[in-house]
Design a protein around this ligand. Structure first.
Ligand code: BTN
Length: 336
């Protein structure tokens, strides 16, 4: 899965740690710290660049990581989890490179309480078969495995509720224009127009019985401090670009997300989406807006009137008829 062996990975992550302060370090100084030659340092700098990490090479001075880079650290994350999360986590795995954190859990047994994080995904997946662009060290790629005893129906509306959990975590950081877009995008709205950019996405994958035990993988991708990305086909934004105050580091945000999502999962079969419906409605970017949705081949227009207790979208058509939309994509058609 990784293009590097374990010795190379150790050197790469040690080198990133040394450069993580964003200061300029000479090749000689780095080589001494890692017990390798200056040529060795250069070789590893090139490998780090292969991961999409920007390193400035300053002639006669050394190397500098633009804006620094603080790697995820399981010890720090573990220490910041709430007691409830700690009690419910069966495993906490962190990979430098993985195909997809969701795929990793999908291939495992007994996934309830297993959490997987990665610095880079080579095959990150989004909804509707889309790719989730996942460069090294700048974002959050998180998957949590869970199970519901009462079958697939217990998971109704869960992806929307996870959106509410993410918004609750991010609200602590004074983010302006934070909204949810049905069904499960976390977006930032421009204060002067109706335009918005995607900040985070949720991909829930299910396996198991319709009526019996059902396993779920809750995947969350959050743009944390990504500045450059290739191949994203929609407007996007990173948390670092919208926070009014200095953000806590990724480890803190990861621990808060895990804690909040586990808290949600523990009570979800009892609460159901009905418990989160009002909170979802309060940050619905399309509330009372004219929107359209593609249902099969038909484009249906109407005014968004919120969501049902199951998380389906309520659309008031021009004819006065109400349409309940439980699948598909919606787009905004200007103000009503
Ligand atoms: C979407 O908005 O399309 C959903 C994006 C979900 C991305 C996350 S990143 C962690 C997890 N692993 C994946 O391969 N996908 C999800």
């Amino acid at each position: 899965m990784s293009a590097f062996d374990s010795v190379e990975w150790t050197r790469i992550t040690d080198l990133i740690d040394l450069l993580s302060d964003g200061e300029c370090h000479s090749g000689e100084q780095l080589g001494l710290s890692l017990a390798i030659s200056r040529a060795g340092v250069w070789k590893y700098i090139k490998k780090i660049e292969q991961l999409g990490v920007c390193i400035e090479s300053i002639k006669g001075k050394g190397y500098k990581l633009k804006n620094g880079l603080h790697l995820l650290d399981l010890k720090k994350i573990g220490g910041l989890l709430t007691p409830l999360a700690k009690d419910n986590i069966a495993a906490l795995d962190l990979f430098s490179i993985i195909n997809s954190t969701n795929t990793y859990l999908l291939n495992q047994k007994n996934i309830r309480g297993k959490v997987c994080l990665a610095e880079l995904q080579t095959e990150g997946r989004g909804r509707r078969g889309r790719q989730w662009v996942s460069p090294f060290g700048r974002n959050i790629y998180l998957s949590i495995g869970w199970s519901f005893e009462s079958g697939v129906s217990a998971a109704q509306g869960l992806s929307l509720a996870v959106g509410v959990a993410i918004v609750e975590v991010l609200n602590q950081y004074q983010i302006n224009g934070l909204y949810l877009k049905w069904p499960n995008d976390v977006v930032i709205k421009n204060s002067e127009s109706d335009e918005y950019k995607k900040l985070a996405g949720i991909l829930i994958e299910l396996r198991g019985d319709v009526s019996g035990d059902c396993d779920l993988i809750i995947g969350v991708g959050l743009n944390f401090e990504m500045e450059i990305a290739h191949g994203i086909d929609q407007p996007w934004i990173s948390l670092s670009q919208v926070s009014e105050h200095k953000l806590p580091d990724r480890n803190t945000v990861v621990a808060e997300l895990i804690s909040k999502i586990i808290q949600l999962l523990v009570g979800y079969e009892r609460h159901t989406f009905a418990h989160y419906r009002e909170s979802w409605g309060a940050v619905n970017i399309h509330m009372h807006k004219r929107i359209s949705t593609l249902q099969g081949k038909e484009l249906i227009e109407g005014v968004c009137c919120g969501v049902t207790d199951e998380g389906a979208l309520i659309l008031l058509k021009d004819s006065g008829e109400t349409l309940i939309v439980s699948g598909g994509e919606i787009s905004i058609r200007g103000l009503s």
